[in-house]
Design a protein around this ligand. Structure first.
Ligand code: URA
Length: 225
């Protein structure tokens, strides 16, 4: 990780027809037939206009929602989870413009990027452990392509666990918890419950809890000491 921070790698995205997870490939092909106008492909990382080198904060979600990112092609765009995420990012100056839940809404991220632990939509929002492990190469490459990255926030346990593994750390010393904060050599890792409709409807995650995590992240980015 340290050497790659000195020599950032190009961001490697899965191909549109990525064959690495047969179950996800079948599911994608099914939806290509049902909804040919949808994106229906691995959803790439959403970067700020200045590119990967400008990114200080990386947000890691779980996987594209079927009618959200899988339909629109932009992470957290088109389903409920994005409403809370993007309104929070705008509030803390991590995004600018208007979020209209469409990839052509002109919304820009500010030194922030958004990616998913698994790039393809999984049936019932549940990737298998093998799919999470297989897709981690793209998460690793995403992190390694960001030489100025100083913080990562993971949304939910799966995103957290895959990110800890991508960083080569042990889960036993960095367990998932809401409002967690861990330090590695080069990065500060924040963790939050996922901003899904299920979590907010059941009160597992309130808007105040989510804002409080981003308040801490914004304070860290202003003064990383
Ligand atoms: N949309 C995404 O892109 N990721 C999630 O984790 C949820 C919705």
């Amino acid at each position: 990780m340290n050497t790659s921070l000195l020599h950032p790698q190009a961001l490697a995205e899965p191909s549109r027809d990525c064959p690495l997870c047969p179950r996800l490939q079948d599911f994608r092909n099914l939806w290509r037939e049902k909804e040919p106008e949808w994106f229906n492909a691995p959803v790439p990382t959403f970067l700020p206009p200045e590119g990967a080198a400008s990114v200080r904060l990386l947000i890691v979600g779980l996987a594209p929602g079927l009618r959200g990112a899988n339909r629109t092609g932009r992470p957290f765009t088109g389903d409920y989870a994005g409403d809370l995420l993007y309104s929070t990012l705008i509030r803390f100056g991590l995004a600018r413009g208007q979020f209209l839940a469409r990839p052509d809404d002109g919304l820009e991220l500010v030194r922030t990027a958004i990616t998913n632990a698994v790039r393809c939509v999984p049936p019932e929002n549940k990737p298998t452990p093998a799919e999470i492990n297989t897709c981690r190469q793209f998460l690793t490459s995403t992190i390694e392509s960001m030489p100025n990255l100083s913080a990562i926030v993971t949304l939910g346990a799966i995103a957290h666990q895959s990110t800890v593994k991508a960083l080569g750390r042990r889960l036993a010393v960095m367990p998932f918890k809401h409002a967690g904060r861990y330090q590695t050599d080069a990065l500060t890792l924040f963790s939050s419950y996922h901003c899904s409709r299920y979590n907010t409807n059941t009160g597992v995650l309130t808007q105040d809890m989510f804002l409080s995590v981003f308040n801490e992240i914004a304070a860290f980015l202003t003064d990383p000491a």
